[in-house]
Design a protein around this ligand. Structure first.
Ligand SMILES: *Cc1c(COP(=O)(O)O)cnc(C)c1O
Length: 435
């Protein structure tokens, strides 16, 4: 396709010449970054293929199994594939794990007993875990079962307060929970290497402690995973990275055999464990999604870096910045005004393959203390490996965006968001000239 043909298509989809040109220039500057992402994807693609070959994945793995699901070969083989890819003894990968929060709640509640303590050595965990732990009182929380919670806040630079962590460890500390991605916080997302240093520090002082890593949004961003640096349980959601956009539901926990067994007993029932839980025909999407995940994550990373560079040059604060190394697929952009947040999200929505004609409005979402606007034109409801954005309507008026099943869609979505900000008068068109 020559330049004019491609530009014409963009024009048909609402992208003006100025925005398109700015996009082309920005993309041209990112060649080297993109090549690095491609190389990581290549490595991780081979890792997944090897895991599938080692475990002799066959067509029979995609069969529909209902009822109790005894001898559900597709399910059992997939769990072996995850264990191979994450280099763990075992894994639990199930459609009955409904989302990331559920997977994390399961990993914690299965391995903590009354009188035990959960330690968060790296500050406050993800919002939805507050109710799981009982930081915000909630029915069925760990607190209700007599599990106590201890938190060590981060230093100013967003990294670990080692002396305070050492002090916080005690004879009741049973599980340590570390979150790789920053979520909605302003701290950095952690590299797997940094997580490994933290785990090593903790295990030197208390070797029997169980280290759990919330790996949401981190899978396949690097060549190694937390399970490669000492995490006893690595946990995530299949409607994020490892589902590759195809898994319609699900979560995973990969780790030590005895801990995963506890998780299985908690998910189904004591005595039953992994033996039950029919896969109900979703196995093909789980396998195929896992197979595609390294490439999908690569596209999402390109989109995140592209967006960082597009908005950074226009003078908006971006986290991570345009040149930093990446440890998850989330990009934050601060617009500083409610109009900026709304306009950005409307642009992302307008670029979607599904529900593109819908105009998102801010609303009072349960669990949030301000109105939130969300853009999600997804094939799978709420899927955030698909191009999606959300922004709380409160200072500093930042949007968090992520995903894109393909780099091409991510690029179009970001250009469409910029067009929307220009059309709504938030960014004067003159600002693009000369950039
Ligand atoms: C998304 C996310 C979760 C929760 O996952 P859900 O599927 O939304 O329940 C937990 N931790 C982190 C860091 C996340 O990004």
């Amino acid at each position: 396709m020559n330049v004019t043909e491609s530009q014409y298509m963009y024009q048909q989809l609402g992208i003006s010449e100025e925005v398109w040109e700015y996009g082309q220039k920005t993309e041209a500057r990112l060649k080297e970054r993109f090549r690095e992402f491609d190389e990581t994807a290549e490595y991780n693609q081979l890792k997944v293929i090897r895991a599938m070959q080692e475990n002799r994945v066959s067509e029979a793995c995609f069969n529909y199994v209902s009822g109790y699901g005894y001898n559900d070969m597709g399910r059992d083989t997939l769990e072996a594939v995850y264990a191979s890819a994450f280099h763990t003894e075992s894994a639990l990968v199930r459609p009955q794990i409904t989302c990331g929060t559920h997977a994390l709640a399961l990993a914690l509640s299965a391995n903590l007993r009354p009188g035990d303590e959960l330690l968060a050595p790296a500050g406050k965990p993800y919002d939805t875990l507050e109710e799981v732990i009982g930081i915000r009182p909630s029915k069925g929380s760990l607190a209700e079962y007599g599990v106590t919670y201890c938190q060590v806040d981060l230093l100013e630079d967003g990294y670990f307060d080692y002396p305070a962590i050492e002090k916080a460890l005690n004879e009741r500390t049973k599980v340590v929970a570390i979150q790789r991605s920053k979520g909605y916080q302003t701290r950095p997302s952690y590299s797997v290497e940094k997580i490994g240093e933290l785990i090593a520090f903790i295990k030197e002082r208390k070797p029997d402690v169980i280290c759990m890593v919330d790996n949401c949004y981190g899978e396949f961003v690097e060549r190694i995973e937390p399970s490669d640096v000492g995490a006893d349980m690595t946990v995530g959601s299949l409607i994020k990275n490892p589902g590759g956009g195809l898994a319609p539901i699900g979560g995973y926990i990969a780790g030590r055999e005895d801990l995963i067994e506890n998780c299985a007993f908690r998910l189904t029932s004591p005595g039953l464990g992994k033996e039950v839980g029919a896969s109900l025909g979703v196995m093909q999407s789980f396998y195929q999604g896992f197979f595609l995940a390294p490439t999908v994550v690569c596209g999402a990373l390109k989109g995140a870096v592209f967006a960082a560079n597009i908005y950074e040059k226009l003078g908006f604060p971006v986290v991570p910045d345009g040149s930093e190394s990446r440890h998850d697929i989330i990009q934050a952009v601060t617009f500083g005004t409610p109009e900026g947040v709304t306009s950005f999200c409307r642009g992302i929505q307008a670029a979607a393959p599904v529900d593109s004609y819908v105009t998102p409005e801010p609303w009072a979402m349960p669990g949030y203390d301000s109105d939130v606007i969300m853009a999600a034109g997804a094939f799978v409801q709420g899927s955030s490996i698909e191009l999606s954005a959300d922004g709380p309507i409160k200072s500093p008026y930042a949007v968090y965006f992520q995903g894109g099943l393909t780099w091409n869609h991510a690029k179009y979505g970001i250009l469409r968001s910029l067009q929307s900000l220009i059309d709504d008068g938030v960014i004067p068109i003159e600002k693009l000239r000369g950039l």
